[in-house]
Design a protein around this ligand. Structure first.
Ligand SMILES: Nc1ncnc2c1ncn2[C@@H]1O[C@H](COP(=O)(O)OP(=O)(O)OP(=O)(O)O)[C@@H](O)[C@H]1O
Length: 502
């Protein structure tokens, strides 16, 4: 069913201020897009936006918390219930937080996380409570009359947007209950990924529930295997196995037997029948890692197996039907491989049904601090080390490094630092030879092209200024160039503001 049609049916009156055919609301499909929509309404009035939305029943029992924060608020735990006071206002209401409140766990959590002021607005549909929106600030007097007025006038739209997301989430939850797939939100929560990874995560959400073949591309260590596992976990095949074959690890004959199995006596040393990975993955997923390395003679057999959905064991003459979802990954440019005669074009098009490209770490610099925390936390647990955090002094060098090994290289450095740590705040130093020159560094930048460096700098500035180009808070002022020059450079480098901010 068209969800927005259902919303129109649910909300026939206009007493919520709800505008049924508002295009911006209509396009919202998930929590991130909901938050982006609310930000777009508030951005002209607020420079830094942090908000919490509680979707709750009439007794204050919370069904969902949705959060977006541009302050340092973390909120590791939010309460399961809030007092009725959080719903009571039909206009926006400002609350100053001066001390923990023993009767209100929510207020206490906010206060303990550094929140000093909250703007609260209840979210209501025809006088019935859906929940509430809180805008949060770490200082007082943040929400002038203009902010209160825009929240009051936009509340109806916010309600419609929340309902849209709620219906999609509930439909998804129902589907997952029926199929046993894990909720995408759970899977995504285990991946660190800011704006640059969002397009790939969106594609993951779209393709996971379908049986479509997926081709994951990206440099080594960018998370292709992690994505493959996430797609499998979020798919109806989750209860069966995801079987992995590394196409680069074995010589041609062994891979053939690895993929398709063999009968006893099929070749010297084949002492008994062996089931191949295609058969093992029946009803599940087959992950073909490094598919670009597969020898040409095997590519035709793989193509046939994918096309016909049947295989033959080596040395056998029985045709075996298999129902396998294929996820392939490569760090090679397969178009170049086709041009060089090393990869079959027909197999390429069989695999290129739903491509997802994973960005290298040097295009995801915003993710580095969170990745460091995540990896150091895991390593500290694994090696039983008492680590409090990462020394902030080492962050600039980590951001300037080009990361040829991507997240895997970052992981190795962090793990080594955790093992060798003598201080509760660990120092992580990238290999000297690959560091990009800083102002105090006279060695030439080794592998960054000028265009790459310029692109990264512009993208970072645009993100820091929330896409603003002109004015004292704009990216042009930050980079100390004219706005027209910045626009010209962006055009030349193919940087689209909206893509960078996504
Ligand atoms: N978004 C992420 N959040 C947290 N950890 C990540 C993320 N992406 C990758 N990693 C971690 O980085 C390491 C490398 O990831 P993975 O093995 O999936 O990369 P890959 O692209 O398959 O590499 P290769 O091409 O070399 O096989 C893994 O330990 C993985 O858990």
């Amino acid at each position: 069913m068209e969800l927005f049609g259902l919303l129109q049916w649910l909300l026939p009156g206009n007493n919520t201020g709800f505008q049924p055919d508002h295009d911006a609301v209509k396009g919202i499909k998930n929590e991130e897009e909901l938050m982006a929509f609310i930000q777009s309404v508030l951005r002209p009035y607020l420079h830094t936006i942090s908000m919490l939305i509680g979707i709750a029943d009439a007794n204050g029992a919370i069904a969902f918390w949705w959060m977006h924060t541009e302050h340092a608020f973390l909120f590791p735990e939010l309460p399961e219930r809030v007092p009725a006071a959080w719903f009571s206002n039909t206009t926006s209401n400002i609350l100053e937080l001066n001390a923990p409140d023993r009767r209100d766990a929510f207020q206490t959590t906010l206060f303990k996380n550094g929140v000093k002021e909250v703007l609260i607005h209840s979210l209501q549909i025809q006088q019935k409570n859906l929940g509430f929106l809180c805008l949060l600030s770490d200082t007082k007097n943040t929400f002038p009359v203009a902010v209160q007025a825009i929240v009051n006038t936009s509340a109806g739209l916010f309600v419609a947007a929340c309902l849209q997301v709620l219906l999609i989430q509930l439909t998804e939850e129902h589907r997952q209950k029926m199929t046993g797939a894990l909720p995408l939100a759970v899977i995504k929560a285990e991946m660190i990924g800011g704006a640059a990874l969002q397009p790939a995560l969106r594609l993951l959400s779209q393709v996971a529930p379908t049986p479509a073949t997926v081709l994951l591309t990206g440099e080594t260590g960018t998370g292709k295997e992690l994505f493959a596992a996430a797609i499998h976990q979020a798919s109806p095949r989750r209860r069966q196995q995801m079987v992995k074959v590394n196409c680069a690890a074995l010589p041609a004959q062994l891979i053939e037997s690895e993929l398709f199995g063999h009968e006893k006596g099929a070749f010297t040393g084949a002492l008994q029948r062996r089931i191949g990975k295609f058969e093992l993955a029946d009803k599940g997923t087959l992950f073909l890692d490094e598919v670009g390395e597969l020898p040409l003679e095997l590519q035709a057999k793989l193509l046939r197996a994918i096309q016909e959905k049947e295989i033959e064991r080596l040395g056998g003459n029985e045709t075996i039907k298999v129902d396998v979802r294929i996820i392939a990954a490569t760090n090679r440019n397969l178009e170049n491989e086709i041009a060089a005669g090393r990869f079959r074009e027909d197999l390429y098009y069989r695999l290129f049904v739903f491509p997802i490209k994973l960005p290298p770490l040097r295009e995801r610099l915003d993710d580095i601090p969170l990745l460091l925390q995540h990896i150091a936390g895991n390593a500290a647990r694994r090696y039983e080390r008492h680590i409090k955090g990462i020394d902030p002094a080492c962050i600039p060098a980590l951001l300037a490094y080009r990361w040829p090994g991507n997240i895997r290289e970052l992981e190795n450095l962090v793990e080594r630092a955790v093992i060798a740590a003598t201080d509760p705040y660990i120092m992580i130093v990238p290999p000297q030879s690959r560091r990009v020159a800083s102002s105090s560094d006279t060695s030439p930048p080794p592998t960054t092209s000028l265009a790459d460096a310029e692109r990264t700098t512009i993208i970072q500035a645009l993100r820091q200024c929330n896409g603003k180009i002109r004015g004292p808070q704009g990216a042009a002022a930050m980079l100390d160039i004219k706005p027209t020059t910045l626009e010209a450079r962006m055009k030349k480098l193919g940087i689209v503001k909206e893509h960078v901010l996504r």
